[in-house]
Ligand binder design. Structure first.
Ligand SMILES: NC(=O)c1ccc[n+]([C@@H]2O[C@H](COP(=O)([O-])OP(=O)(O)OC[C@H]3O[C@@H](n4cnc5c(N)ncnc54)[C@H](O)[C@@H]3O)[C@@H](O)[C@H]2O)c1
Length: 355
């Protein structure tokens, strides 16, 4: 790309406000336009980021129709999951590169259509797997890639919330709008992180179960809609023989209020990424063997920050390279999510066909 700045629009200003603020602070990006059906929210962020009224939209179709006039290069899509595919495809067809929130889509069929649109329009499609963009994760990735823990053959990845049911009556708890519960909302991050650290092996089969116990009970008491799982777990096999256990919950009688961990075992060592004291701070540990002694090494705090997902998206566009979280990785995770729900519904193992 010959330009030195990327003109970007942000669609959806819940999580999207973080996209917007990052672009606004990035000298290589220009937050040109915003879109949200909530006009009050739209006006608030227009004022904060000094975006003129004629570049604020309540209808994403009108934003995409104005893409040329606004000289847009890219869009961030941070909408309820049901809108990821239609809005991403509209943006790609308008000639824009897209950073789409996780999960990529409601299902694999939509994910494939998004990738087809990206290829047809020769535009980048990145998925906001934001947990890759943390210094601990990046440092672990670099350590694993050096071969220091050998080949990873077994792992466990989890995100447990003791009580974290999202606002009842909203889109998160309705399958037709979200695609599922904590598996597609939280599990998606931990599954992605584990697979990325494992070197992106291809998933071949999944056995899973999901439950809706506390969610259903609470929804009934409140008279609200909630038809997704509140907890789920899966056993995933990959083409290289490795296996991964993945778990995610919004509610359960667990010891900890919030627990995240990804433990991967390799032929020469192991790694552990976990949150500290039930918070959103993270630590990373490496387990190795030297001269018959087993070592545990903890990454020290105070690492320099790494580029954010939004900075990576902008940099990849300007540098004419692919991002480190491309749509293809989103589709592989989506295949697992689809298979988890299918296996939970049928009680059977689900085979995943190669892309
Ligand atoms: N990467 C992460 O760590 C992370 C964190 C939180 C949420 N997310 C993802 O971000 C997405 C949005 O989640 P959220 O928590 O911001 O939800 P939210 O409901 O808080 O915000 C969604 C926003 O989209 C707007 N909206 C809804 N329909 C619209 C439409 N047709 N056109 C324009 N705007 C519309 C709403 O008014 C709202 O402002 C989800 O896919 C979620 O999974 C990702």
């Amino acid at each position: 790309m010959a330009k030195d700045r990327v003109n970007v629009a942000v669609v959806g200003l819940g999580m999207g406000r973080h996209h917007l603020k990052d672009y606004h602070a990035n000298p290589r990006a220009c937050a040109v336009a915003i879109c949200d059906v909530d006009a009050t929210r739209l006006a608030q962020f227009a004022a904060e980021c000094r975006i003129p009224e004629e570049k604020c939209f309540t209808d994403y179709r009108k934003l995409m129709a104005a893409a040329k006039r606004l000289e847009l290069d890219a869009a961030s899509v941070a909408l309820p999951n049901v809108l990821h595919a239609p809005v991403t495809i509209a943006a790609l067809n308008a000639g824009l590169h897209v950073l789409c929130e996780k999960p990529m889509a409601m299902n694999v069929r939509q994910g494939r259509a998004m990738l087809d649109a990206a290829r047809k329009n020769r535009r980048r499609l990145m998925i906001n797997f934001s947990y890759r963009f943390m210094p601990q994760t990046q440092s672990l990735k670099s350590f694993v890639a050096s071969g220091a823990i050998g080949d990873i053959y077994y792992g466990r990845t989890a995100w447990y919330r003791r009580r974290g049911l999202p606002g009842f009556g909203g889109w998160f708890g309705q399958k037709k709008l979200s695609g599922g519960g904590p598996i597609i909302d939280l599990g998606v991050h931990r599954i992605d992180m584990a697979m990325w650290l494992m070197g992106s092996p291809k998933p071949v089969s999944v056995t899973a179960s999901t439950y809706n116990v506390i969610g259903a009970r609470t929804a009934k008491e409140l008279g609200k809609a909630f038809d997704v799982e509140d907890i789920g777990g899966a056993f995933i096999r990959f083409d290289n023989g490795a296996t991964l256990i993945a778990e995610a919950s919004w509610a359960g009688f667990t010891q900890k209020r919030e627990e995240m961990l990804t433990q991967l075992l390799g032929t020469k060592g192991g790694i552990l990424h976990s949150n500290v004291n039930e918070t959103y701070e993270f630590e990373a540990r490496i387990f190795t063997e030297h001269d018959g002694a087993l070592w545990e090494t903890k990454l020290q705090q105070g690492l320099a920050p790494c580029p954010t997902a939004y900075q990576e998206f902008i940099a990849a566009i300007l540098e004419g390279r692919d991002t480190i979280a491309p749509g293809e990785h989103g589709l592989a995770v989506q295949q697992i999510l689809d298979a988890i729900y299918k296996s939970a519904a049928t009680g059977k193992e689900v085979r995943i066909r190669a892309n």
